[in-house]
Structures are given as structure tokens and as C-alpha cells.
Design a protein around this ligand. Structure first.
Ligand code: AMP
Length: 277
């Protein structure tokens, strides 16, 4: 922590722009793409790795979340990030810790409905990382679309001097969105999981042909998923890109189709932006 503060002090004194990329490690191409895009936004690319206990609920996968620090450090070196901050939980949440950043609206639906408290945990750790590193810019993946929108809202609501950038989702060749949790998937489940990205793609194709009725787009997705018995759908929803509100009638502004599902024992999320031409 002290070293991090010292480094940050030095960067600011030299007037260097700091770009932060927070992660939970088990780094994959999605993370690497953020590191490489970070270069475009400033002078110092700072990666953080911290598996944040506060964003995992009881019974979730905190204990078994993949931790592979040695490989991660090699990847950070290969990616030529300038600095890495790997705090431990005792430093981040010392005895007596009692404050939390909470979102009151956008965090209540979608993933927030099945993971109560999750986004408060995310916002609290992101706020702490912002305060510790004082970055000028921070990059987040659109893979975690709701997370990106809620963090952007926090920065706006609390007048935080950080520019938040959302970066495109990186996928395997077959379309599966890269995720540290993909490591949990059994081969059979992985095959079934592809239906999620395929379903999203089909919804977008229908949207591009001019379909604007949410119920028709939802039916298109459900029709595809029905044939996959290992997929236990948590939600599929069409929301406004900006504030994740539902469409009461037609999809008449920039939208995003979002899905979460359990495939075998693994909870996966994915989404696709439905852009009007
Ligand atoms: P995580 O380590 O899963 O907390 O992710 C750290 C950051 O990487 C978050 O901003 C994620 O949204 C982003 N990220 C994770 N997977 C991907 C992906 N497949 N493509 C782009 N960004 C991603």
C-alpha cells in the first residue's frame, strides 16, 4: 500500500497520466486487451489484481475462484504493464472497516437481483482503488455490462475525477466470452454455453432486420435456449444501454441484450449491444 502511494505520488509529480485496469486475476485475453487499450489513454498502465471478498455472496465461489499469481505476473510482464498493485484483504479491509458505497437503482435488477450486495462490494473496492491509485482514466470490460454502467454512474454521481471507459468483449473463436470462470466448465457444459453467445447473435440479427418489440426479441432468444438442457437461465433482458431501464413499449433507443445463466455449476454472463443503424 505504501509503495503504491509512493509510486502514484511520483507519477503525479511528473505529470504522468495514470490508467487503471482493475482485475481479479486469472488473466486471459479479455484482460490483456484492456491492458493494451490502456496504452492509448495515458502514460502509466497500472493493473490491479485483487479477489475482492466483499463482492462474493455466501455460497458463491470466493474460496475456489481461480488464483494463479505466478502466471499472472508473467502475463503482466509480457503485456508490458508499467506497474501492478496486488493488495491483500487485510490491507484493503482492516479490522474495524465499516463503510460501503451503495447504488440504489441500477444494482437492484439483473445480476443484482440474484447476487444481493454484489455491486455494493464492487463499488466499494473500485472507490478504494480509485482513492489509492488516483488514476486519470480507468478501463472496464463491457463483458460485465451492468458493472461498467454502475461504476460510470458512481463516478458521475460522486463527482469523481476519473474518466471511465468501457471496452469491447473479447471472445474465443467459437464466440464464448472469455472469463476466468470458463475454467470451471466441463467440456459438455462448455459446448452448451455456446448457445448463450449464439442466442445473443440471433437476437441482434433479428433486431437489425427491424424487429423492435422486446417480447419478440426475447422469444427469439428463448427459442434457441430451450434446446439446451444444461442451461439454467437466470435472466435474459433487453435494456437501455445508458441506464439499464426496461423498454415499456418498443426498443427505440440504444439497447443491450443481457443474459445470465448457470451452465452446469458455473454462472456465466454475456451481452450484445443492439445498435440502431
Ligand atoms: P475480472 O477479473 O473478471 O474482475 O475482470 C476484470 C476486468 O476485465 C473487468 O473490467 C471485466 O469486465 C474485464 N473483462 C473480463 N472478461 C472480459 C472479456 N472477455 N472481454 C473484455 N473485458 C473483459
Amino acid at each position: 500500500m505504501a509503495e503504491m502511494r509512493e509510486a502514484r505520488h511520483g507519477w503525479h509529480k511528473q505529470d504522468l497520466q495514470v490508467v487503471l485496469v482493475p482485475t481479479m486475476g486469472a488473466l486471459h485475453d479479455g484482460h490483456l486487451s484492456l491492458f493494451s487499450q490502456a496504452r492509448n489513454y495515458g502514460d502509466i498502465v497500472l493493473a490491479t489484481i485483487f479477489v475482492n471478498p466483499k463482492q462474493f455472496g455466501p455460497g458463491e465461489d470466493f474460496a475456489k475462484y481461480p488464483r494463479m499469481i505466478q502466471q499472472d505476473i508473467e502475463k503482466l510482464t509480457m503485456a508490458r504493464v508499467d506497474a501492478a498493485f496486488l493488495p491483500n484483504a487485510a490491507d484493503m479491509y482492516p479490522q474495524g472497516f465499516q463503510t460501503c458505497v451503495s447504488n440504489k437503482l441500477m444494482s437492484k435488477s439483473l445480476c443484482g437481483a440474484s447476487r444481493p450486495g454484489h455491486f455494493d462490494g464492487v463499488l466499494t473496492v473500485v472507490m478504494k482503488l480509485f482513492n489509492i491509485a488516483q488514476p486519470h482514466v480507468a478501463l472496464f470490460g463491457k463483458k460485465d455490462y451492468q458493472q461498467w454502467r454502475i461504476i460510470s454512474q458512481m463516478v458521475e454521481d460522486l463527482n469523481m475525477p476519473v474518466r471511465v471507459i468501457g471496452c469491447e468483449t473479447i471472445r474465443d473463436q467459437d464466440g464464448l466470452a472469455k472469463s476466468s470462470r470458463n475454467a470451471y466448465l466441463q467440456p459438455d457444459d462448455r459446448q452448451q454455453a455456446l448457445a448463450l453467445s449464439q442466442g445473443l447473435k440471433k437476437v441482434n440479427e433479428l433486431f437489425v432486420t427491424g424487429e423492435r418489440r422486446p417480447e419478440a426479441l426475447i422469444e427469439q432468444f428463448n427459442k434457441i435456449i430451450r434446446d439446451y438442457p444444461h442451461i439454467d437461465l437466470d435472466y435474459f433482458s433487453i435494456r437501455s444501454q445508458d441506464n439499464l431501464a426496461e423498454f415499456s413499449n418498443l426498443v427505440d433507443s440504444p439497447a443491450v441484450a443481457l443474459v445470465a445463466a448457470h451452465v452446469g455449476k458455473t454462472r456465466l454472463i454475456d451481452n450484445i449491444e443492439l445498435n440502431h443503424e
